[in-house]
Design a protein around this ligand. Sequence first.
Ligand code: NAG
Ligand code: NAG
Ligand code: NAG
Length: 373
Amino acid sequence: MAPSSNPPPTTGSSSKRCVPVCSGIVLSCLLAFTLQIFFFSPISPDLLLLPPASSASLIPTTSDIQSVTRLGEGILNGPEDVCVDRNGVLYTATRDGWIKRLHKNGTWENWKLIGGDTLLGITTTQENEIIVCDADKGLLKVTEEGVTVLASHVNGSRINLADDLIAATDGSIYFSVASTKFGLHNWGLDLLEAKPHGKLLKYDPSLNETSILLDSLFFANGVALSKDEDYLVVCETIKFRCLKYWLKGESKEQTEIFVENLPGGPDNIKLAPDGSFWIAILQLSSPGLEFVHTSKATKHLLAAFPKLIKLVAPLHKKAAVVNVAANGIVIRKFEDPNGKVMSFVTSALEFDDHLYLGSLNTNFIGKLPLKAT
Ligand SMILES: *[C@@H]1O[C@H](CO)[C@@H](O)[C@H](O)[C@H]1NC(C)=O
Ligand SMILES: *[C@@H]1O[C@H](CO)[C@@H](O)[C@H](O)[C@H]1NC(C)=O
Ligand SMILES: *[C@@H]1O[C@H](CO)[C@@H](O)[C@H](O)[C@H]1NC(C)=O
C-alpha cells in the first residue's frame, strides 16, 4: 500500500509543473478566441424580438406555390424582382448582371448586360423606362441606348445597398437603402446586428437630386406606392413589419405602422390592381434556434462564421407570400412550405390575374393563376 499511497516525489512535482503551463496555454487560446470572436467582431448586436403569432397565422395556408409554371427555367439566375412595362413585356434582373425580358410571344431576350451580381429591385416609369437598383452602383436607368446612373450618392455619401424602388406618375423615384453598414453579400450580419442602418430615399428627376425621406430603418427593403399615390409602404425586413409614409394630406411626411407581426421578414412589396399589396416573406428564424436572435454572445460567434447564418435564417427552406389589404389586414397567404419547388421568394407581382414570383434561389420565375385559388 505504501508505494501507491506515496508516489515517487519526482512524478508529483512534474505534474504540478504541468498544471500552470497547460492552463496557461488553454487560457491564452481562450483569450485569443474570445478576442477574435468578441473584440474583433464585425457586428455590435442588439437583440431581435421575434414577432408573436399574429392574425396572419389564422389565414389558411396553401401550398399553391408548389404548383407554379416555371418561366425562363434555366436561363434566369436568381431573378430577384419582376416588373411588367406598359406593353406587357416582363423584365427581371439576374445574378449574372443581365436585364432579361419576356416578350408577349413567349420569347426571352437577354436585353442589357449591366454586369456584377448585385442587381435587385426593378420597375418601369410612366415613360416606360426601366429603372433598377444595383446594390453596388446605386439607381440605374436602362434604355435601348444604354445604362445611366441616376443616383450614386446622397448627402455626400455613396449609396450602399440600394434595394427596391417604385416610380410615381410625377417621375419621382422612391427607393430603399437596406443597410449603410453592410453590403449585399454579408447582409446576414445586418440581420445579426439588428440595428437600423436603412433609409428611404427619393430621386427627383427634374432636379437630378436625391434626398433622404426616412432614416434609421431596420433593413429597408420593398417599396410600393398606394393606388392613389398618397402614401408609400416601405418594408423593414428584420422588424417583420412595413411602414406607411404619407406623401399627401394632413399626415404628410408622417410615418405609421402599415402591417406588423408578419410571419417572417418582408422583402419586396407590390401594389395589386385592387389596391391591396403583395409581400414576399423571408424565413428569418429557425425552429429551435430562435434564441440566437436574443443572445448577443451567439450572434458574435455566428458573425465569425457567416456560413452558419443560414442555419438561423433558413431562407432556402421555404417560400411565402402574403396579400395585405390597404387597411393592413392580411387576407391571403401562399406558401411552398418546404421549399420543394420554390424557396427564397423575394417578390410577387400581380398582372393579368396571375402572380409572378421572383426568387434568389431559383433559375426561373414562378407563375401562379390567381382566379383558380
Ligand atoms: C417575339 O417578339 C420579339 C419582340 O417583338 C421579336 O424580336 C421576336 O423575334 C419574336 N419571336 C418570335 C419567335 O416570334
Ligand atoms: C447629412 O450629412 C451631414 C454631414 O455628414 C449630417 O450631419 C446630416 O445629419 C446628414 N443629413 C441627413 C438627413 O442624413
Ligand atoms: C445628375 O447628377 C450627377 C451627380 O450627382 C451627375 O453625375 C449627372 O451627370 C447629372 N445628370 C444630369 C442629367 O444632369
